[in-house]
Design a protein around this ligand. Structure first.
Ligand code: HEM
Ligand code: HEM
Length: 200
């Protein structure tokens, strides 16, 4: 595990972790925008381009998430705020693990749907990825239903996660959001010198 166990000075996530976090948010926002724009495309060509971009950004976020998980093994994280109840720490940890799980499974579902539908992923119009499974239309239909349902679940969890971050920032004022914000965006009014010494 990577939680800091004994460095009360460490208040922030390291720059790489912060960069990958906000890059993920950007990619996921683009992915959802593209997904929901497909139905409003003015021509078939535009719809196809939007689907290709949706798939390409989806594959990208999967790779970025793998990178994030590898980096996580070497990074050192700040401690929880000292006054954060144990139940809240567990809730934060499990919701964040669930986000990682969705970041890894959702692109695979999309990829398998695409292959089963008989299409191929044209990665940013640069070339096609090899198919993982063969064409199977009934399976493709089921995979798309799951992909759409997981998409909604994902949106719900992101909303919960972002609300929790804002609750920490505006209500508890415990420095949780500042720890993840880029350097220039910090306005650390309440320095949490008292972050717990216990591992997260
Ligand atoms: C985190 C990554 C992803 C998220 C959050 C996501 C989300 C979504 C959502 C919400 C929809 C439904 C759109 C609607 O209801 O109109 C959708 C559709 C779709 N997704 Fe993804 N997706 C991701 C990755 C991928 C990947 C990697 C692929 C393929 C390689 C893919 C392929 C598709 C396809 C083919 C559709 C159906 C588009 C259509 O014909 O309307 N997705 N996705
Ligand atoms: C696509 C949207 C988002 C995803 C997928 C996401 C994912 C994650 C994940 C996986 C972590 C855990 C980091 C780790 O332990 O390795 C995390 C932490 C964090 N995120 Fe997000 N995040 C998203 C959006 C946001 C937004 C919009 C905010 C702020 C409003 C935010 C604020 C934070 C904060 C403050 C932490 C650190 C929490 C802690 O101390 O444990 N995130 N995020």
């Amino acid at each position: 595990m990577l939680r800091t166990d004994g460095d009360p000075e460490l208040l922030d996530f390291d720059p790489v972790t912060r960069f990958l976090h906000w890059l993920t948010l950007f990619l996921v926002a683009v992915i959802f925008l593209l997904a929901f724009s497909i139905d409003f495309a003015s021509s078939k060509e535009e719809a196809v381009a939007l689907i290709h971009l949706h798939r390409s950004f989806g594959v990208t976020v999967w790779v970025v998430t793998l990178g994030r998980l590898v980096w996580r093994q070497f990074a050192r994280f700040p401690n929880w705020p000292a006054d954060m109840p144990q139940a809240m720490r567990h809730a934060a940890q499990w919701s964040e693990y669930s986000l990682y799980a969705l970041l890894l499974t959702q692109p695979i579902l999309g990829l398998l749907h695409t292959d089963a539908h008989g299409d191929r992923v044209n990665l940013f119009f640069l070339g096609h990825l090899p198919a993982l499974i063969g064409r199977h239309r009934p399976l493709a239909k089921q995979l798309l239903e799951v992909h759409e349902a997981v998409g909604l679940l994902f949106l719900g969890l992101i909303a919960l996660h972002a609300s929790a971050a804002l609750y920490h920032h505006f209500w508890r004022r415990d420095g949780t959001l500042e720890a993840m914000l880029p350097q220039g965006m910090r306005r650390r009014v309440t320095l949490c010198e008292s972050r717990s010494l216990r591992p997260r």
